[in-house]
Design a protein around this ligand. Structure first.
Ligand code: PLP
Length: 290
């Protein structure tokens, strides 16, 4: 793991010794999960889909009323993190890694935002899901699809640090012999995975839940749709139910570092290997710039 600190955002980035603590105990990221993050894929020593992540980072900051991130500064910090990572861990050069940007509201006592970057290799679990596929359970998220309109303070669509419930859903799934989760709303709409976007594929058609309600707009899904359209596929955002997913040829969970993991089964319903699985995975690989 490598840390590059921007400890008071605004100062020039520097590499931080990852065996040493970085945050103050009153940092609002630690105390209240009050901040935002992005996880970017580093492949072959370069960061992928930077612009899409940067745009979402700015949008998340605006939704939380955080100061607008200085993207030049984050860009310099990213370059520094990647270069230091390559130097410190040359043996991991071929491994896909996750580079995380974190921006917190900062110390309760100073009110100055805190920012930092970490780099770490993709986990074994994510790698296995990408290679072998995943067994998924559905789980209620406990809100209706229109929550984001009714309750902007719920911060639906911002990539906030408050992921404890998402991680709890994943732990629950693991305890019950599943690998991953697809959340559904109280009114039966498919939302997203705890760390992924859902894409259903039938023939040469990709469908994902509407990204303007109830979920985070995924960079991987957006990039895949761009490539699929160029290849003549139809792509659509619309309301989906669990039955729609089961009626599809195949379903994938996609995100920046995992890229794509095919859903092998959903609540015990098993999918056959779809004819176009290889093409979907090619599109996903292209979406992260392979
Ligand atoms: N939805 C959630 C809740 C996520 O946490 C993530 C990524 O971590 C995604 C969707 C997929 O987003 P992206 O493709 O930008 O990684």
């Amino acid at each position: 793991m490598l840390h590059a600190g921007l400890d008071s955002v605004g100062r020039e980035p520097r590499v931080h010794d990852s065996s040493q603590p970085l945050l103050f105990a009153d940092d609002l990221a630690a105390v209240r999960g009050d901040g935002i993050f992005e996880t970017l894929m580093v492949r072959g020593g370069s960061v992928r889909n930077l612009d899409r992540h940067a745009k979402r980072f700015r949008r998340s900051a605006a939704m939380l009323g955080l100061p607008e991130p200085d993207l030049n500064l984050w860009g310099r910090a990213t370059n520094l993190a990647v270069e230091s990572w390559k130097k410190q861990y040359p043996e991991l050069a071929d491994r896909d890694c996750g580079l995380r940007w974190v921006l917190s509201r900062g110390r309760e006592s100073t009110g100055r935002p805190t920012g930092w970057i970490t780099v770490a290799p993709m986990s074994e679990e994510v790698e296995r899901g990408r290679r072998e596929g995943v067994k998924v359970m559905s789980a209620e998220r406990g809100f209706r699809l229109d929550l984001s309109e009714r309750s902007p303070w719920a911060l639906i669509g911002a990539k906030t640090l408050s992921y404890a419930a998402n991680m709890a859903a994943l732990r629950y799934a693991h305890e019950h012999d599943f690998d991953d989760v697809i959340f559904i709303s109280d009114d039966g709409a498919v939302l997203e995975g705890p760390t992924s976007t859902v894409i259903a594929v039938s023939d040469r058609r990709m469908v994902t839940p509407k990204t303007d309600a109830g979920i985070l707009a995924g960079t991987t899904q957006a990039s895949m749709f761009g490539i699929a359209r160029e290849r003549g596929w139809e792509c659509e955002e619309r309301r989906l139910t669990l039955d729609d997913l089961k009626a599809a040829d195949g379903v994938w969970l996609v995100s920046s570092v995992r890229v794509a993991a095919r859903v092998l089964s959903l609540d015990g319903f098993e999918f056959d290997q779809p004819d176009r699985a290889d093409e979907v995975e090619e599109i996903a690989a292209e979406a992260v710039g392979e």
